[in-house]
Write a protein that binds this ligand. Structure first.
Ligand SMILES: Nc1nc2c(ncn2[C@@H]2O[C@H](COP(=O)(O)OP(=O)(O)OP(=O)(O)O)[C@@H](O)[C@H]2O)c(=O)[nH]1
Length: 737
């Protein structure tokens, strides 16, 4: 809010200055002159006075059709208007904005107003069509408070999709394109009649006319993964957390999952036979928790690799008698890469050799600091075998879930992710779906991944038939045409026809995508991406033969300092490059560095199919140099010299202006016009350069093969002697190893 004069304020509110002075009087502020300067706080108070009446005023104005339509000036327009780029034009257009134009003199103000009116009416005149003659318009301009009559009424609201050309916008507003062009010009935008206007420009123009704008967003339903669902907060209700258990081999993941299932599921669903559908739910203190039934990070990463994020909380199981192990670290990195909160379950507390303090100590290194030590990670000490501590773990899950405020709208068409799928001999394609929002119902037409169908039957985790499944509930369904893949997304559509269309379109698109080249980050295109501002962090996965190398590499990589890019090590461990590393690289768009280690067969295959860049090295310096060079955009292609042929110089001729021509006989391979050459005399390279000309008799030729004679001149070199050997070679780009 800034200071302004009374008349400026009156103009802002589109009321006579008298009205403002009167209002001020009511507010006990004595002002007699419309030129009086109002302080910012007074302006604010006035705003409060006028606001409640704004609606009424508008109505009144609409009725009266006063001389000038209200021109609510949006912030942007005002910004443009305040710039002094358009001098005169602007002053005439917005006299009130320009202090200079109305320097306290009523006359000047009137002039400006009239000028504006003329301009306005000139524009209107064009919009009026043939009925209105020049004369009439001119006389109309003379009468001072001339109502804008017979002007085609502005629509209350216009809608558009994407963009509009000036002509299209003019048509929608019922105005002449020239008027729109003029307005744009005054706002600092130069446009032609066929120019596309973006959303901002459209909004700017419309708000200048006081017309509401709505952008229609066409939703590409075939791409439903990308549709961002914005539910009104009041439509959201709490949903159960979805939990994945991860940890090192044999630390007790399966035992813990079973212990939770048996302690809670059978209790709740008496008589129900727990059946494996890939996920199950337990009820704790009246609240549900969903557990994904595939422990370990493979399933987790497979899902993520397919773009699905279903896990809300990760339980990291660490055996109290074994401590942090390589897969523990992998699991931590996976969870962190996915930005999922971790609860640590220190398992096997029943064992005499259990040492939870050691586990806590070791996990500190990975920034998992227990609350009791001042951190914010929840640690639960338990025994999956004796079931001690499991209830506490479940309560902690609820606590974290509450903090995460997990919510979904159950009253919409369901969307979610495939947890598992298979082909059942009797039932056909069977898929376990995790509903993530909305409610899935029997009979729903559904698209799942690239297949579709209608939900024929639904079974919950206790093998019971259910009619519907709300958010975070896993159900096994039948009724699909084909078997989808774990991690595929699903969405319910309004009818089966639509579901079929979308399903088929998605299958088609997938085929096309498989044919086209995948675009993952590779060192070679890194610089391009950095330049385009697409990459600010270079994600790396480091695998090495010994811990010492891992540490040294990580430290050295983190020291690389290239402006605008940061190295981020998302996983570093000892051991061969595994499929899990590739999956992690896929999900985090990372490059894998192998130091004295190689990818195993599965990893190689996965890397090829997922286009993950693996860089294998044996010298730390080379790793650093390569990454740094790539970050700086200096990753030149590697070239290798390839000798393509040799020729013997049998005779030489000196020709003025040309130099020495060597009459040669090609003894081996071939000599090409564009090859590089080396002149060898008695086994010593006397010159290296390029061929200047290559001739057979008098004709220039591209190449001369073995057994033929030719004439050769070498660029900038004439000291060729009989008996010399000309070796031709080319530089070939080779694949980096
Ligand atoms: N004493 C004791 N043994 C346990 C506990 N939890 C699991 N075990 C044992 O540890 C071994 C491994 O347990 P699993 O549950 O199979 O471990 P996992 O992490 O699922 O192993 P993988 O599936 O191979 O990754 C089994 O022999 C379990 O009986 C526990 O709390 N106390």
């Amino acid at each position: 809010m800034s200071k302004m004069r009374v008349y400026e304020y009156a103009k802002k509110q589109n009321v006579p200055s008298k009205d403002v002075i009167h209002k001020l009087k009511e507010m006990n502020i004595e002002v007699n002159n419309h030129m009086a300067m109002l302080e910012a706080d007074v302006v604010e108070k006035l705003d409060h006075q006028y606001r409640p009446n704004a609606g009424k005023k508008e109505e009144k104005k609409a009725e009266k059709k006063t001389e000038k339509p209200k021109r609510p000036t949006p912030a942007k327009a005002a910004d443009f208007a305040d710039e002094e780029i358009f001098g005169e034009t602007k002053e005439t257009a917005k006299p009130a904005k320009k202090k200079g134009a109305v320097k306290g003199k009523e006359t000047k103000k009137t002039e400006a107003q009239q000028q504006e009116k003329k301009l306005f009416q000139a524009a209107k005149k064009k919009g009026k069509g043939p009925a209105k003659g020049k004369k009439q318009a001119a006389s109309a301009a003379k009468q001072a408070p001339q109502p804008v009559k017979k002007e085609k009424e502005l629509p209350k609201k216009i809608t558009f999709e994407g963009s509009l050309t000036v002509a299209e916008l003019a048509k929608k507003l019922g105005r002449e394109p020239s008027e729109i062009i003029k307005k744009l010009f005054m706002l600092g935008v130069m446009a032609t009649i066929n120019q596309d206007l973006d959303k901002d420009a459209i909004e700017l123009i419309c708000s200048d006319y006081g017309v509401e704008v709505e952008e229609k967003v066409t939703i590409d339903e075939t791409n439903f993964e990308t549709i961002e669902i914005v539910d009104a907060p009041e439509d959201l209700t709490e949903r159960p957390p979805v939990v994945t258990i991860m940890g090192h081999v044999d630390h007790g993941k399966t035992t813990l999952l079973d212990a939770i299932r048996h302690s809670k599921v059978t209790e709740q669903e008496a008589g129900g036979i727990t059946q494996h559908i890939g996920a199950y739910q337990v009820t704790v203190n009246g609240k549900k928790i969903t557990f994904l039934d595939t422990p370990g990070h493979e399933a987790f990463t497979t899902m993520r690799a397919r773009g699905a994020q279903v896990t809300d909380i990760v339980i990291l199981v660490v055996a109290a008698d074994d401590g942090v192990m390589p897969q523990t670290v992998e699991a931590i990195n996976h969870a962190k890469a996915a930005n999922v909160p971790i609860i640590v379950a220190i398992n096997k507390m029943d064992k005499p050799e259990a040492n939870p303090d050691r586990v806590m100590q070791e996990l500190m290194e990975y920034n998992l600091v227990p609350e009791e030590w001042g951190g914010d990670t929840i640690f639960c000490k338990l025994s999956a075998k004796t079931k001690d501590g499991i209830d506490q773990l479940l309560e902690m899950i609820l606590l974290v879930s509450e903090m995460e405020e997990l919510k979904a709208n159950p009253n919409r068409r369901a969307i979610g992710t495939v947890i598992e799928a298979k082909l059942d001999k009797g039932r056909g394609p069977v898929a376990t779906l995790l509903v993530q929002a909305g409610t899935l119902k029997i009979g729903d037409p559904i698209v799942v991944g690239t297949t579709y169908g209608r939900v024929r039957a639904m079974v919950n985790d206790s093998g019971r038939r259910v009619k519907e499944a709300g958010p975070s509930m896993p159900v096994e369904i039948t009724g699909l045409h084909d078997v989808p893949q774990a991690g595929d997304r699903f969405m319910v559509f309004e009818d089966e026809k639509k579901a079929r269309q979308i399903g088929e379109a998605r299958a088609q698109r997938q085929l096309q995508e498989q044919r086209s080249v995948k675009t993952r980050v590779s060192l070679d295109d890194l610089f391009e991406q950095i330049k385009q501002g697409e990459m600010k962090e270079l994600n790396l996965i480091v695998k090495a033969d010994v811990q010492g190398s891992v540490e040294a590499l990580v430290a050295a990589l983190q020291k690389i300092d290239v402006e605008g890019v940061r190295v981020k090590i998302i996983h570093a461990a000892v051991g061969a490059i595994t499929e899990s590393d590739i999956l992690l690289a896929t999900t985090s768009n990372a490059i894998v560095i192998g130091f004295n280690v190689r990818p195993d067969a599965n990893a190689k295959r996965a890397a090829e199919s997922e286009n993950v860049d693996i860089r294998l090295h044996r010298i730390i310096y080379n790793v650093i140099e390569e990454i740094e060079a790539a970050m700086k955009g200096m990753l030149d292609p590697e070239y290798e010299e390839k000798v393509i042929g040799q020729a013997e110089v049998r005779q030489t001729f000196k020709v003025s202006k040309v130099g020495t021509i060597a009459g040669c006989y090609v003894t081996d391979g071939k000599i090409t016009r564009d090859s590089k050459v080396r002149l060898i005399r008695q086994g010593i390279v006397v010159y290296e350069g390029e061929i200047d000309s290559l001739k057979r008799y008098k004709d220039d030729v591209r190449e001369v093969a073995q057994g033929y004679e030719c004439g050769v001149t070498i660029k900038n070199f004439n000291d060729i002697k009989e008996g010399d050997v000309i070796e031709a070679y080319v530089m070939q780009e080779v694949a980096r190893t």
